[in-house]
Design a protein around this ligand. Structure first.
Ligand code: C2E
Ligand code: CA
Length: 570
């Protein structure tokens, strides 16, 4: 129930008080006072909603009371309507100037008096409502800020960015937009090297720059940690000056570390795609160049899109494919030129996909290297090879050793050594039958740790090949200290010799130096007779390449070596 409002009538003339009371007694609780002093006593005791105040009174007149009320915070908001006699024109103006809400003139006209009081009350209520609304609005704004803004940088957080960008893009789908994704190189290192405050300062500086760039054009947000995103009209985004400006902003902080921003751009081609997926695409473009020192930005394009879809298929199906034996192992013979027959082989995995047919490892190995599945796949390949070797051993007295590829991730598993040696024991194989191919670059990951593990295999009696030699950074000199039995020279060397004397010279030296270091050499990727002749000429015997044979399914490989055995009379 609404509380009854209270009206105070202040007038020294009783009849005036009675008349006014009559007008309002049904709507208001009426209180009366005969002068200013009494009025103050009344409002001390009782809250009042409106005062009708006679200006001319003995003791304390209306002006004095009005002045006290307006100066007192407690009473200043109470609306006062001055009551005056017809001949007191100046008083009316003076009263209004002193803060009276309105005035009424005696003799009272009931309609006018009621109207004025009603108007004043409505105005006050309206003001109150507006005041409350503003307070509520302020609260809402505060809450929204809290919900939408990133607490460190003050720009949108990811959820707000996704929402705002979606409405920006859909507002006018005709305007072409870019979604831009940014990441700072080795931010964790920066946080580790310096104090966390330094990291925060970099993030805040970047945010200030991004905000300035997007002001009035688009929006920006912090996605997570050191990742930011922008949504900007294409014609307002010039990537080169954008990256330079960002670099300058951060470098102006004077932090002694090379802080590089990498930028991926997705030119929006479908405004209804969820913005988080747009960001994923821009992020993907960024991942293509992350780690490069010279290339700092990349655009998402159709090739990337295909790659992403392909990668998604690979990730979706890999487990099932392994269970269903869709992966199979091919063997590529390694020939001895002098003996003119295979002396060993390399195991190369293939994915025989039910609908896509044969998928080459170049497509799926990099994906598995990233998500770690390569460790399981490698183990599957090793065991398949061991089974093959065990069968060979049963069937023939001449077992050809097979080398298997070892992803560098295996070195981070504590059971790597036991797995390999366990397989050899399980299938009663001798250590020389299985060789391990380790890429040159893996030796560089954590040299001491990797080298000591490799030595254990050598001590066990296995041979180690350094794969892809020449594509990494190890110098011939460094090889002296590396546990390597066989050097596999990267394919591009032999493929270059026909049109580059330099490549031919290098190859010649590599073969000579390997011989000096007591290492064997296998040259990969030999495709032509002139290449074979050249290699024979420089004293290189072992060759792997399409010239002799492509990688073969195991049965075909078996047929090949059986035929060669017959040919050589074995
Ligand atoms: P890789 O170890 O350098 O293997 C040699 C690659 O060269 C193989 O490609 C082989 O088919 C190809 N090749 C051999 N001779 C020639 C030639 O004369 N000309 C040309 N153009 N290519 C030749 P593949 O089978 O596609 O394998 C690619 C890469 O995938 C391998 O390079 C290896 O790094 C990786 N890989 C294959 N199987 C496995 C595996 O079981 N585990 C691991 N971790 N990686 C594997
Ligand atoms: Ca290899």
């Amino acid at each position: 129930m609404e509380m009854q409002k209270v009206m105070l009538i202040v007038d020294d003339v009783e009849i005036n008080r009675i008349i006014l009371s009559q007008f309002f007694k049904n709507q208001y609780l009426i209180l009366e006072a005969v002068n200013g002093h009494e009025a103050l006593e009344v409002i001390e005791k009782q809250a009042v909603d409106i005062i009708l105040l006679d200006l001319v009174m003995p003791e304390m007149n209306g002006f004095e009371l009005l002045s006290i009320l307006k100066k007192n915070e407690k009473y200043a908001e109470i609306p006062v309507i001055a009551t005056t006699a017809r001949n007191e024109g100046d008083n009316e103006i003076k009263a209004v100037e002193m803060g009276a809400a309105d005035f009424i003139t005696k003799p009272y006209n009931p309609t006018i008096v009621r109207c004025r009081v009603q108007n004043v009350m409505a105005r006050i209520e309206n003001e109150w409502w507006r005041f409350e609304q503003t307070a509520k609005d302020r609260q809402i704004v505060e809450m929204r800020r809290y919900i939408e803004l990133d607490s460190l940088t003050g720009i949108y957080n990811s959820a707000a960015f996704f929402e705002k960008a979606a409405s920006l893009l859909q507002d006018d789908p005709e305007i072409p937009y870019n979604i831009v994704y940014l990441d700072i190189s080795s931010f964790k290192i920066i946080n580790g090297l310096f104090h966390i405050e330094t990291g925060n300062l970099i993030l805040k500086t970047a945010a200030v720059y991004l905000k300035a760039i997007t002001e009035g054009n688009g929006i920006c947000g912090r996605m997570e940690a050191d990742h930011f995103a922008l949504c900007l009209p294409t014609d307002r985004f010039d990537i080169k000056p954008f990256v330079e400006g960002l670099d300058n902003a951060v470098q102006s902080l004077g932090i002694c570390h090379n802080i590089l921003f990498y930028v991926g751009v997705y030119p929006v081609d479908n405004v209804f795609l969820p913005v988080d997926q747009m960001c994923d695409r821009a992020h993907m473009a960024l991942n293509m160049i992350k780690g490069h020192y010279t290339v700092r930005y990349a655009y998402y394009d159709d090739v990337m899109r295909e790659r992403v879809l392909d990668e998604q298929m690979i990730l979706r199906e890999m487990e099932y494919a392994l269970e269903e034996k869709q992966f199979c192992v091919y063997l590529q013979p390694i020939y001895s030129i002098n003996e003119n027959c295979p002396v060993s082989a390399e195991a190369l995995v293939r994915w025989i996909h039910p609908s896509q047919g044969l998928i080459s490892p170049g497509r799926f190995i990099p994906v598995f290297e990233r998500n770690g599945f390569i460790v399981r796949l490698d183990r599957f390949v090793w065991e398949t090879v061991c089974v093959f070797l065990a069968e060979q051993r049963k069937k023939t007295d001449r077992v050809i050793p097979v080398s298997v590829n070892v992803s560098r991730l295996n070195f981070y598993n504590s059971d790597f050594y036991d797995t390999i040696t366990g397989l050899l024991e399980k299938y009663a194989l001798e250590p020389w039958m299985l060789k391990l191919e380790i890429t040159e670059s893996a030796y560089m990951d954590n040299p001491r740790q990797i080298i000591s593990q490799i030595k254990r295999f050598q001590e066990y009696g296995m041979q180690i090949l350094m794969d892809d030699f020449g594509n990494g950074y190890s110098s011939l000199n460094m090889l002296r200290n590396m546990p390597v039995d066989i050097l596999k020279v990267a394919m591009n060397f032999v493929q270059d010799i026909e049109h580059s004397d330099r490549a031919a010279g290098i190859l010649k030296n590599v073969v000579k130096m390997a011989r000096d270091l007591d290492m064997s050499v296998v040259i990969e990727g030999v495709e032509t007779r002139p290449q074979v002749d050249f290699l024979q000429g420089i004293g290189c015997d072992n060759i792997q390449g399409f010239y002799f044979s492509k990688p073969l399914p195991m049965e075909k490989f078996e047929e090949l070596i059986a035929g060669k055995d017959r040919a050589t009379g074995k």
